[in-house]
Design a protein around this ligand. Structure first.
Ligand code: GLP
Length: 241
């Protein structure tokens, strides 16, 4: 695992976007794994700018998001589908048939994970997976103590995650308590992983993930297993390394 420290948040975000852009330029039909959250907003804004100003071409790219809330419709402003449309997909020339997220309204909750994994396989597997990290060390919605071998499935969110994400809901009590997420094992199958971590609030958990023992209590520590993982951090997030 390689850790790259940039002095500012903006530089860390730009570098992450540049890595995604290079992946698209190098392999125009690449499969990207995408993440949501506040951390990624500037990355997607930069990719939209690269499309607008430099003609970065997404027409053959395929994307799989890490997770989605159970019970939220695609047009619900708090769904991750809505986030992706608003922050990225509506601003680039991606084929809507090539953008995948778990179906938050799936009628068969236990089948949604295996179905999603079949779609990932059908598209040839993930070339580059973008990741953020939760304050409790989660990746996707793999909460502490998720198995490193876990697959895409339905999970129950922890009180910490509910506290972290509910302020984004107009009525915080409306935040779903359950979600679909790719598993840690699914994530580790990506050929390349880029994790972006910014801000002092993530400094402790970043140190645990990068320098601590491999431990299911910190799901992001599983990245230490990966042969081709890079963690891009700003100085604030790096302050406890
Ligand atoms: C959310 C998402 C994660 C994301 C993380 C960090 O709950 N499920 O995929 O990486 O939490 O979010 P933020 O960037 O807003 O801190």
């Amino acid at each position: 695992m390689e850790v790259i420290i940039r002095s500012s948040r903006e530089e860390a975000e730009k570098m992450t976007a540049a890595m995604l852009a290079t992946a698209v330029e190098t392999k125009p039909d690449c499969v990207l794994g995408l993440a949501t959250g506040r951390t990624m907003e500037a990355v997607y804004a930069e990719l939209a700018r690269l499309h607008r100003d430099k003609g970065l071409d997404f027409s053959q790219v395929c994307t799989f998001n890490l997770d989605e809330y159970i019970g939220l419709a695609p047009d619900d402003p708090n769904s991750y589908r809505y986030y992706m449309q608003e922050k990225l997909f509506d601003h680039i020339n991606i084929d809507p048939q090539r953008t995948y997220l778990p179906d938050g309204l799936s009628k068969d909750i236990k089948q949604e994970g295996p179905h999603y994994e079949a779609q990932i396989r059908y598209r040839g597997g993930i070339d580059l997976q973008l990741l953020g990290i939760g304050e409790d060390g989660h990746i996707g919605f793999n909460e502490p103590l998720s198995s490193f071998a876990s697959r895409t499935r339905d999970v129950t969110l922890t009180p910490e995650t509910i506290a972290q994400n509910s302020p984004m809901f107009q009525r915080p009590e409306d935040m779903p308590r359950r979600a679909f997420t790719m598993g840690v094992g699914t994530i580790l199958e990506a050929r390349r992983i880029v994790m972006l971590v910014t801000g002092a609030g993530k400094a402790r958990v970043l140190a645990a993930a990068v320098e601590g023992p491999l431990a299911a209590i910190v799901p992001a520590s599983a990245l230490q297993f990966h042969q081709n993982a890079v963690v891009i951090v700003d100085a604030a997030a790096a302050s406890e390394l």
